[in-house]
Structures are given as C-alpha cells and as structure tokens.
Design a protein around this ligand. Structure first.
Ligand code: ATP
Ligand code: MG
Length: 432
C-alpha cells in the first residue's frame, strides 16, 4: 500500500464541525463590519515578492525568515504567498485608483495568510485574518473608531480577559532621532545582546525593544522611550485618540515598548492581548500607516487599520464558552421501494423550490434505520414515503420534535403543509 499523504505541517484542515463554527462566526463578522460602513475587497493570495519587501520592510521577521517565496517556473517571476493583507489591499487600492476616484475607503478582507513559523497552539503556517483598512483618513477619530470596533466585536462575542495596549510611534523624523539615541544606548550593552539583537542593532534597533528574551528585559526596560521624542503634532494626535477611548469607556494601557513587527506603522499602534492563550496572546494588532500608500507608489494618503487572527480569536471564544448555532435542515426524506424513491426525489426538490432545506435519504436500509438518520440530522420534520403513499401520490409528514401527529398530504400541498408545521403560517413567509 502506498503511504498516505498528509497536509503540509502547520496548515490545517478545518473539518465540518469547526467549519460550521467558522461560518457562523463569519456571519457575525460581516454584520459587524457592515455596521461601521466597511466594504469587502478580495485580493489574490499570491503577490509579487517586492511588494512585501517594500511594504513590510527588509529587516523584519516576516521578510527575513517567514515568507513562502518562489520563482514562477514558467516566467521566472518572484512571487510570495501573502503573509499579511495590508500590503495587497493598499496595492489594489492604488492600482485601481480607489481613493483618488472614490474618496476615502473603508475596506475589509478575510482569508488565509502564510508564514513559515514554528507551528504551535495559536501559531500556524497557514492562518486566517480579518483585515480592516481605512484609507484616506487622517484624524485621530479613525484610529479610535478602529479600536472601538474591536471592542464591540469582543462584546458581541462575549470575550473575556482581553486587554488593550497602545503606543505612538510618532513621525519618521521623530523615530530617526529616537533611533540614534537608542543605538547609542544599546551600544553600551552590545556584548550582552542576543544574536537577533546584535544583528538588529544598526538595521532595526526599534525591534530590539520588542524582544521576548527575558535576559534582555532590564536593558530594554531602561532604554530611551519614543514618547520622549514625539513632536507636538504626534503628541496631540495620540492625546486625541486617548480622549476618544476614555469617552467610550475603553480601558487601555500605554505600552512604551509596543513597536509592532512591520515597518510601515507611524503614530498610533495597538494590540489586543489575552492571558488565556499562553504565549500566543495577541488576537488583534494594528495602527496607523500614513506613509505606506506613497511608499508603494501611490499619491500620499493617510491610512490606518488592523488585523485579527481568526484561529486565536476562535480559541479564545471557545474558552469563554462561545458556541455556534448549528444549521439544521428542515426535513429528512425517508422512503422504501422504487416508486417511493421516485416520489421522494420529487418531494425533496419541491421543498427546496419553496426555500426549505431537505436531505434526501440515499443508500437504502430499513425504515427504522432511516428514521434514526432522520433523528440524527436534527431535522424537525421527517417526510415518510412508503408503497402506500407512493401509490396515492402522497407524502407522510412526521414531526420529529415536539407534539403533532403524522399526517398525509398530496405532493402539491407539501410546501404549504410544511410551512404550517414549522411556522404555523404559509410557506411564503416561512421561506423568508
Ligand atoms: P506574533 O507576535 O504573535 O508573531 P505578529 O505581530 O507577527 O504576531 P501580525 O502580523 O500583527 O502578527 O498579525 C496580526 C494577527 O494575526 C496577530 O495578532 C495574530 O492574532 C495573528 N497571527 C499572526 N501570525 C500568526 C500565525 N502564524 N498563526 C496564527 N495567527 C497569527
Ligand atoms: Mg509574527
């Protein structure tokens, strides 16, 4: 026997029980985004590699070691499975002139992202994000509204133990002055830095502040703070964001070492973190990225956004007792004999034509075993068609949950009888 094939490590199958949860969740998410006026956009999963190098930054974990990049065997193009969505979304907006011709845009997308990381709980090589991007908006109210949106979703889902951390990365010139001070400070501890730290000292020292290495904590704790290098405008913007958050009653903590792993951010950055998922505690991260549109070749546009990690969010939701409503069909159709099989086939279609969901039993078996399947399906009604019914051109309706006796109706009258049983009204209403 040949060896069975397995999925790629870190890339998960989402089986029906879970996939139903995902779809239930996706419905909630769509309503939530719509209630803030966001519109969907769908970008390709594969993009030119230079897009991510330019947008995310050459000296970042993602670009240095996490991207699935390859050469197109047919034309030699350098391509990458997207590791995140902001770069693609901005590329698409520029390419199609969305902001220039349509004004500021509130956009969202939803889909798989790919990063070559060590798989563990809450960290996978194919994972999913909801990305939300507000393009063309400069004001602090946009930063604050993005954060409030998240808070509302957590509330809708009944999440607990989620905390907000915010920081300001200021403007590029301010970061440059802070960077010089930071390098001068870190140079004193050069021999104490770990490998990543040494490598980043002159390329991306800000990221050293973000280190998870416990040995480096005392050093980074005492490092020069970006907050002390912010100019008046950056300070005022950050203040304004905080006022909106306070007005909305959203508690937050300013984390001076929150710098984010992508280079494109400026001013406000934020993360929503939970203590319930171990090391993979960040369920959502985002911020302002005013320079990115221009960096990718577009006319300068302010912008801000965030991304939610779906797998982590669903883990947390489950942990907080969240449960999806499972979809059930309206009827399960059981039948016995050749003539009954033909009538059953028509009956099931007649129901679907009137907006009811029906499973047609396939594969034979006794009435008893078929009724067991009908019961297991969760359907509120079983259609029962034996030789008698088939001969009369009629269908038996048996309520599976609650009271009510089995009745027989002609095929023509089936949708109406079904509506009566399920909703006590006519099928037009029921099918809504
Ligand atoms: P981390 O520090 O956990 O690696 P990150 O800063 O690399 O996260 P972002 O690029 O900001 O993550 O992505 C936004 C969100 O996407 C994260 O907060 C997380 O919820 C989720 N996420 C990122 N990488 C993964 C992954 N490999 N597997 C599952 N979810 C992920
Ligand atoms: Mg990461």
């Amino acid at each position: 026997m040949s060896q069975t094939l397995q999925a790629v490590r870190g890339m998960n199958d989402i089986l029906p029980d879970d996939a139903e949860t995902w779809e239930y969740f996706e419905d909630i998410v769509r309503d939530w985004l719509q209630s803030y006026g966001y519109r969907p956009i769908r970008m390709p999963i594969v993009e030119p590699t230079p897009l991510f190098k330019r947008a995310i930054g050459e000296v970042t974990d993602i670009v240095e070691k996490e991207m699935y990049s390859f050469e197109d065997a047919l034309n030699g193009e350098h391509l990458t499975l997207r590791p995140e969505g902001t770069a693609s979304c901005v590329r698409a907006a520029i390419q199609h002139n969305l902001v220039a011709s349509g004004g500021p845009q509130r956009l969202y997308y939803y889909g798989p992202m790919f990063r070559h990381e060590r798989p563990q709980k809450g960290r996978y090589r194919q994972f999913h994000q909801i990305g939300v991007e507000a393009l063309g908006f400069a004001g602090a109210e946009t930063d604050a509204e993005l954060i409030l949106m998240c808070a509302r979703l957590w509330e809708d889902l009944g999440l607990e133990d989620v905390a907000l951390e915010i920081n300001s990365l200021g403007a590029p010139e301010e970061r440059a002055r802070h960077r010089a001070a930071l390098i001068a400070y870190l140079e004193q501890y050069q021999d104490k830095l770990d490998e990543d730290g040494k490598r980043r000292l002159y390329t991306n020292p800000l990221r050293i502040l973000d280190t998870k290495n416990p040995d480096l904590q005392p050093i980074v704790e005492a490092a020069p703070r970006l907050a002390d290098y912010l100019g008046e405008e950056s300070k005022a913007h950050f203040e304004a964001v905080q006022i909106f958050l306070k007005d909305a009653g959203i508690p937050f903590r300013i984390n001076h070492r929150l710098v984010r792993g992508l280079d494109y951010y400026n001013r406000t950055v934020f993360e929503w973190v939970t203590t319930r998922l171990g090391a993979q505690g960040t369920i959502c991260a985002g911020g302002r990225y005013d320079g990115l549109v221009e960096q990718l070749g577009g006319k300068p546009q302010p912008a801000a956004g965030f991304a939610i990690g779906i797998e982590r969010l669903l883990l947390l939701w489950k942990d907080c007792g969240g449960e999806a409503e499972r979809p059930v069909v309206d009827a399960y159709v059981v039948h016995m004999g050749d003539a009954a099989a033909r009538l059953a086939f028509r009956a099931a279609e007649a129901l679907r034509a009137h907006g009811f969901a029906a499973i047609l039993h396939c594969g034979g078996g006794s009435f008893k075993s078929q009724m067991k399947k009908a019961d297991a399906s969760g359907a509120p009604v079983a259609l029962v068609i034996g030789e008698d019914e088939a001969a009369a051109g009629e269908v038996g309706l048996k309520p599976m949950r609650g009271p009510g006796a089995q009745q027989r109706v002609a095929l023509d009258a089936l949708p109406e009888a079904m509506a009566q049983l399920l909703y006590g009204g006519d099928d037009e209403e029921g099918a809504e």
